[in-house]
Design a protein around this ligand. Structure first.
Ligand SMILES: Cc1cc2nc3c(=O)[nH]c(=O)nc-3n(C[C@H](O)[C@H](O)[C@H](O)COP(=O)(O)O)c2cc1C
Length: 169
């Protein structure tokens, strides 16, 4: 699979089999996250690996969809804003750094046959409580991680002609 095929294959998986995820695959996915670039290489993030077994009810407090807790693993991408690079005008690049690392993770998961789905519409307070996230660390996105039990829909994307400008707006 070349990179374009991989990007095409990744999709938001919203149904999972309960089958275990091999530790080797989990480590591969986490390693891809680790290799992500970040502004001035500060890596201002922590990724929490959560095993869902027996914790379904409390994890559903974080995000209510039943499919969220179907796979054996949920991963929470957290930002450490105080540790992120800031441009001279004060803009922090934390969220971008986290997003790149999370994207590495989701693409690597696709590469080893695992499904993921970015989840941002979760309950932040519940995430702090349930996952024991200390103050100063900000949960930004979550994803289930497991074997898909659904099929991807055809991708709907704007055409390149709308998304790209060759200098002349
Ligand atoms: C930052 C971000 C947040 C998202 N949050 C959610 C979410 O809370 N729940 C959900 O079901 N999907 C969520 N998605 C998935 C998007 O709906 C999905 O990526 C988009 O519709 C394109 O579909 P695809 O991922 O299958 O290509 C999110 C995606 C991104 C990138």
């Amino acid at each position: 699979m070349n990179f374009l095929e991989l990007a095409q294959k990744r999709y938001s998986c919203r149904a999972y089999r309960p089958d275990p995820v091999e530790d080797e695959k989990l480590q591969q996915v986490l390693e891809a996250m680790r290799l992500a670039p970040s502004a001035t290489n500060l890596q201002p993030y922590r990724f929490i690996v959560v095993h869902t077994a027996g914790r379904e009810a409390e994890l559903n407090r974080v995000y209510f969809q039943p499919w969220f807790v179907e796979p054996p693993i949920v991963i929470c991408a957290c930002a450490i804003p105080a540790a992120a690079w800031r441009r001279v005008d004060g803009k922090r690049y934390t969220d971008i750094d986290v997003a790149i690392a999370m994207d590495h993770l989701t693409l690597a998961a696709t590469d080893v046959g695992l499904g993921t789905c970015w989840v941002a519409s979760f309950d932040v307070r519940a995430a702090h409580e349930v996952l024991g996230i200390p103050p100063g660390i900000e949960p930004l996105a979550l994803t289930p991680l497991g074997y898909p039990a659904d099929q991807p829909e055809p991708k709907e994307r704007k055409p390149l002609s709308e998304l790209v400008r060759y200098e002349n707006w």
